[in-house]
Design a protein around this ligand. Sequence first.
Ligand code: CAA
Length: 240
Amino acid sequence: MARTALVTGGSRGIGAAISKALKAEGYNVAATYAGNDEAAAKFTEETGIATYKWNVADYDESKAGIEKVEAEVGPIDIVVANAGITRDAPFHKMTPEQWHQVIDTNLTGVFNTVHPVWPGMRERKFGRIIVISSINGQKGQFAQVNYAATKAGDLGIVKSLAQEGARAGITANAICPGYIATEMVMAVPEKVRDSIVAQIPAGRLGEPEEIARCVAFLASDDSQFINGSTISANGAQFFV
Ligand code: CAA
C-alpha cells in the first residue's frame, strides 16, 4: 500500500513543489495551508492533492487536523514540516509580536506537527520527519533574529528526534534551502534581493523543485541510514 505524506504549507512555494514531487513518487499526499482558500482550491483542482486548513501554531487544531487526514487519507508515514513565515525587521525595531508570530509558526509549529504523528510512527516502526530549515538558520541574517532562531532550532529538533527515533525505524533530517525563487524571497526589496543573488556563486536563485528532490530522497527507503543530518541546497552560498 502506498505510504501517506503530510506537507505543511504544502499548497504554495517550496511546499507545493514538495507535495507534487511526493505525489509523482506514488505517495498519498495531504497538504495543509493556513488561510489562502482560493490558492488551496486551485492547487487541489490542478494536482488532485487534498488540502486541509489549519494553523500549525495551534496544537489542538494541528492534532484534530492530523486525525482527520489519517481517517481520510491514511496513517501518516512521512511528515514534511515546511510551513513558515517571515516578519523581518532590524532587531532594534523588532516587536515582541513579530518575535512570537515567527516562533509560534516556524518552531512550535514543528512540534505541533510532529508530536501527534510520532506515536503512530513508533508503533508502525517506520517514519520520515523532514524539516525545512534555512540557510539563515545556519549563518544568521540581518533583520531575521526571529526567523534565524527558529531555523537554527529546527536543526536541534531533528538531531534530537533522530536519536529517539532511530531504533523505531524513524529518521529525522533537515534541509536548509538557500534563497529560492518563491513569493517569500520575491517579497524582499528588489535592491536587497539583487545584492543577495550577487553573493550566490551559482549566480541565481534556487528552484522549489531542487528542494523537492531532496525531500523525495529523504522520504525514500534508500535514506534509512541518513538520520539527524542537514542537507544544504544553496548554490554554494554558505558552507557549514
Ligand atoms: N546587511 C547590512 N546592512 C543592511 C542589510 C544587510 N543585509 N540590509 C539592510 N541593511 C541596512 C540598510 O542599508 C539600512 O542602513 P542605513 O540606515 O545606514 O541606510 C539599515 O540596515 C536598515 O534600514 P531601514 O531602517 O530602512 O530598515 P527597515 O526597517 O525598513 O527594514 C528590511 C528593511 C526589513 C531590513 C529589508 O531591508 C529587508 O527585508 N531585508 C531583507 C532581509 C532578508 O534577507 N530576509 C530574508 C527573506 S527570504 C527568507 O527568509 C527565505 C530563506 O529562508 C532564505
